[in-house]
Design a binder for this molecule. Structure first.
Ligand code: PEP
Ligand code: MN
Length: 359
């Protein structure tokens, strides 16, 4: 995905780029009232769901095609670009015909390769000249997310981006959808020029979490936000608990801090030098530890002892994790590190037992 183009041109960088609008288009009045307020606050892209994928039947499933006319009015009156969710051929065709500027693919759709291919084929039939944002699938599967992005890319779309909206998990959590930041970060490392936008509304599920999650995303270098905003959030027909009034959204956007990715200060360079040195020291120490392991392997071989000694292994894990935690390192990290070190140690000792000389 080397030849991607910006999703939209000419964004002013003084505030984070933010797509905003209601979860669902409900009535013409609600859409236009919200849009007018957002446009007055400088929002440049308006979102509204026209077709709503509900988990259970009986919920509000969106107003359907009449809502596209309201989006056209928003664009004509406010000059904002418009964005809506498409999940199948009929949605994509109708949205493209109505001149919607950005199509987004919802989390339930990006988890479904058949639906993704259907949407991609429809976009291709229309020439591929539309901006598309692909939300992560509901389940924490990076490959499924990448596959969904690739299907849209292969349809000729170059104004392509990803939306991180968190991952569903069983049971009660602080978040509606767990952020699992390592997954979008891995996506960033794999495709450095693919814009990634964060959706703190669907991650948090409640309005008080929107600002802190948005700041966390900006701190990690996300390229923008998509935030649900409604002129009367408490009365919203979907996702009422997480929507913000345009006024509150404006306050939040004015207080969020955008980090400058390109700025690399001298101090940062010095700190990075320190990290490089520490990593070298760590490597030396790990190699040294493995040399001692091989000597132990040699000893065990000479005394007919088995390589794996559960008592010793449990002791090592317990004491290192305790000490490491006292030093402020997280337990999961310590567990992973010492499991890996121990595995490698066993591998080296087995090599010695099988006849290779310790160095
Ligand atoms: C939405 O953006 O309103 C939506 C339905 O999101 P998701 O696909 O992330 O659940
Ligand atoms: Mn929603």
């Amino acid at each position: 995905m080397e030849d991607l183009k910006p999703i939209i041109e000419g964004i002013d960088n003084s505030r984070p780029f933010c797509i905003a609008g209601p979860c669902s288009a409900e009535t013409r009045e609600q859409v236009l009232t919200t849009a007018r307020e957002l446009a007055a606050d400088g929002i440049k892209v308006f979102r509204a769901g026209i077709w709503k994928p509900r988990t259970k039947p009986g919920g509000f499933e969106g107003v359907g095609e009449p809502g596209l006319e309201w989006l056209r009015e928003v664009k004509e009156e406010t000059g904002m670009l418009t964005a809506t969710e498409v999940a199948n051929k009929q949605h994509a065709e109708a949205a493209l015909k109505a001149g919607v500027d950005i199509l987004w693919i919802g989390a339930r759709t990006s988890a479904n390769p058949f639906a993704m291919q259907e949407v991609a084929d429809t976009i291709k039939e229309h020439g591929g000249d539309v901006a598309v944002l692909v939300k992560n699938p509901v389940n924490p599967d990076l490959e499924l997310w990448v596959g969904a992005l690739q299907r849209i890319y292969n349809a000729g779309v170059r104004r392509l981006g990803a939306i991180h909206r968190g991952f569903s998990a069983y049971g009660k959590h602080m978040y509606r959808n767990l952020p699992s930041w390592n997954i979008p970060i891995e996506l960033r490392l794999r495709y450095p020029n693919l814009p990634i936008i964060c959706d703190p509304s669907h991650i948090g599920g409640k309005r008080e979490l929107v600002a802190p999650i948005a700041q966390e995303a900006l701190d990690m270098g996300f390229d923008g936000l998509i935030i649900e905003s409604h002129c009367d959030p408490d009365c919203a027909w979907s996702d009422a608990a997480q929507q913000l009034t345009p006024e509150v959204l404006n306050l939040i956007l004015n207080t969020l801090v955008v980090r400058d990715q390109k700025q690399s200060t001298e101090n940062l360079a010095l700190l990075r030098q320190q990290i490089d040195q520490i990593d070298n020291d760590l490597l030396e120490l790990i190699a040294k530890r493995m040399r001692v392991s091989r000597e132990i392997g040699q000893y065990k071989k000479e005394h007919d002892m088995p390589v794996l000694q559960a008592g010793r292994y449990n002791d090592v894990m317990r004491t290192r994790i305790k000490l490491g935690e006292e030093m402020g390192v997280g337990k999961d990290c310590l567990k992973t590190l010492w499991l890996a070190i121990h595995d490698e140690s066993v591998r080296q000792q087995v090599e010695v037992l099988n006849g290779r000389k310790p160095w």
